[in-house]
Design a binder for this molecule. Structure first.
Ligand SMILES: [Zn+2]
Length: 137
């Protein structure tokens, strides 16, 4: 099993009804070998498999080799994730952190980005606490 230290939460910064297949297509057009995330969660709360967990993703500069990427579809700068989406995220994060003995972080903790959007970031900070970037290096 690949050594994974971080489970990194993202948003796709797309419309909430964008399909996982469309996200994959965007990433293929950018020259990725497959969708960059390992999981995508749609607004209905369904968890969709992206890139296989055994493969290094393409979602967070400098940390891909040691992380798993989970993206919620939507733009959480503009509105919060749906309740079903948030519940599914918490369940998936519990499974992944246990499997890898990894810690939950979100994209903006590892790089200069608005991802995963302020509404989702607020919820993550309340659920997991916030720490300055330096603690994750
Ligand atoms: Zn991101």
């Amino acid at each position: 099993m690949r050594a994974v230290k971080y489970i990194v939460v993202h948003h796709t910064a797309t419309r909430a009804d964008t399909s996982p297949a469309t996200i994959r297509m965007y990433h293929l057009k950018r020259g990725f070998s497959d969708v960059g995330y390992h999981y995508l969660i749609t607004a209905d709360g369904r968890v969709h498999a992206g890139r296989d967990e055994s493969r290094i993703g393409a979602h967070v500069k400098g940390y891909n080799a040691e992380s798993i990427g989970v993206a919620l579809i939507g733009n959480f700068e503009k509105y919060p994730p749906s309740p079903q989406q948030w519940d599914s995220l918490l369940t998936l994060l519990a499974q992944l952190t246990a499997r890898y003995n990894a810690r939950v972080v979100w994209h903006s903790q590892l790089g200069r980005t608005a991802c995963p959007g302020r509404y989702l970031r607020d919820k993550l900070e309340r659920a997991f606490g916030d720490k300055p970037n330096a603690e994750y290096r």
